[in-house]
Design a protein around this ligand. Structure first.
Ligand SMILES: [Zn+2]
Length: 175
């Protein structure tokens, strides 16, 4: 019993040593790993990567610094299992920001998508030719809000449209 346990312990140690060699590419920029948390991955559920020859055969609690807020966070084995076995993310994926920052970004993106849809339906009624001041102001507000929330800059078309809108609104207000 005791020697069996020792043998198992030795086997585990060997696997962990192998794992450490892969850790640098599977967990780039990790601060530390908790080997005690290691669980074996079901690689049959993984999305194969041609870039990484080897599969992520283990999940292990790994700590990173968030690129956005700088806070330290743990990427848990449960999360890794979910990412690769349920959501089928690329096997070399790893989180660059903490759960809170990821959640905030997701919320921002969702809100931005909603605003873009609102703007698209408003744009259908030819905002520039509209004689309604309120419609023009609404469009202008939407553009400004999208600019604040979006991770990408506004397209040139929308920037030009905003300039025209601003001029039109000023003219309408002064007349
Ligand atoms: Zn963060």
């Amino acid at each position: 019993m005791c020697s069996n346990k020792k043998k198992k312990e030795k086997e585990k140690q060997k696997i962990l040593e192998q794992f450490e060699r892969f850790a640098a590419c599977l967990f780039p920029q990790y601060k530390r790993l908790n080997y005690q948390s290691a669980i074996q991955a079901d690689t049959s559920k993984h999305k194969a990567s041609t870039y990484f020859g080897s599969h992520r055969t283990w999940y292990i609690d790994a700590w990173f610094d968030c690129e956005q807020c700088g806070k330290e966070f743990c990427w848990t084995v449960q999360e890794q299992q979910c990412w690769f076995e349920q959501l089928h993310f690329w096997i070399d994926a790893y989180p660059k920001s903490c759960p809170d920052c990821r959640k905030n970004r997701r919320r921002k993106r969702e809100k931005c998508n909603r605003l873009n849809n609102d703007y698209a339906s408003l744009a259908k009624i030819a905002i520039l030719r509209s004689t309604d001041l309120k419609t023009k102001q609404q469009a202008l507000e939407l553009i400004n809000e999208i600019e604040q929330l979006s991770e990408e800059p506004l397209t040139r078309g929308i920037v030009e449209k905003r300039e025209i809108l601003l001029r039109q609104i000023e003219k309408m207000k002064s007349s």
